[in-house]
Ligand binder design. Structure first.
Ligand code: ZN
Length: 259
């Protein structure tokens, strides 16, 4: 049946000699794989509607199982700043992989689609991608069945003098119970506050934030460890992000040495 739907392109994979498989997160039908004949040829009419991390209106045939098909597209949002900024693009790619991993294919999830759409819009508009990614990573944990206890000490329930995070208990520790986890994260009080805040707020409540590179490093280490060890996923986009930041750091160092 011919359907009209909205979708964000997740990725494209070459298939056979000239064809492609395109995964699209559709608002109406969830994440679906589309077969597009001849997409690898230069002047394919759907090419401009099948750029990863852009949003379009589509017309096509939706199949509940197996591959679906596209007939036409109309551009809704190209997220130009994401397309042109390698850092934003790398964050957006990681985010899209994480979103994709958090849903079952072919099952409608408008709430997640809208959140993903809002996340890309926000990435497109804001200077720094890191706070947006952190917020999304924390929010998506629930979808993998994990609930972090950020408000009250996991041992005594107190909300006073919260001083660290415990990976074993997946929650915070108060001053009196730091000894309950010998491998606690040793976060600074500012880092604890950042985690508590980001775990609480919604995307549209995210204002200007000033977080040091060091704090981002520490918090990233914590969040990615949870995803590796508790959720059990390590995404390609993560290694790419790491490489990108490593190169940027090296450039900074060599620039400073040149002065
Ligand atoms: Zn306690």
């Amino acid at each position: 049946m011919n359907e009209k739907f909205t979708g964000i392109v997740l990725f494209i994979r070459p298939y056979r000699e000239k064809d492609s498989l395109v995964k699209i997160f559709t608002r109406e039908f969830g994440t679906k794989m589309f077969f597009v004949r001849g997409l690898q040829s230069l002047n394919h009419p759907l090419k401009k509607h099948l750029i990863p991390l852009t949003e379009h209106q589509y017309w096509g045939t939706i199949n509940q199982q197996g591959l679906s098909f596209l007939k036409e597209g109309q551009t809704l949002n190209l997220f130009r700043s994401i397309q042109s900024d390698p850092f934003k693009q790398a964050h957006a790619a990681y985010i899209s992989q994480l979103v994709d991993a958090s849903v079952n294919d072919n099952s409608k999830d408008q709430q997640l689609f809208d959140f993903f759409q809002a996340t890309l819009s926000s990435l497109n508009e804001r200077e720094d991608a890191r706070p947006i990614q952190l917020l999304l990573q924390l929010k998506l944990l629930q979808r993998f069945g994990l609930q972090l206890n950020m408000k009250n000490c996991v041992v005594c329930g107190s909300s006073q003098r919260i001083e660290d995070f415990s990976m074993v208990h997946l929650g915070v520790l108060c001053h009196n119970h730091l000894d309950k986890d010998p491998n606690r994260m040793h976060l600074s009080s500012k880092q604890v506050k950042i985690l508590q805040l980001f775990n609480e707020i919604k995307l549209n409540q995210l204002g200007q934030v000033s977080i040091s590179d060091l704090s981002y490093k520490k918090i990233d280490e914590l969040i990615f460890t949870i995803y590796h060890e508790q959720v059990g996923i390590k995404l390609k986009g993560e290694s790419y992000l790491n490489q990108l930041y490593k190169v940027a750091d090296q450039l900074k160092i060599s620039k400073n040495q040149g002065r």
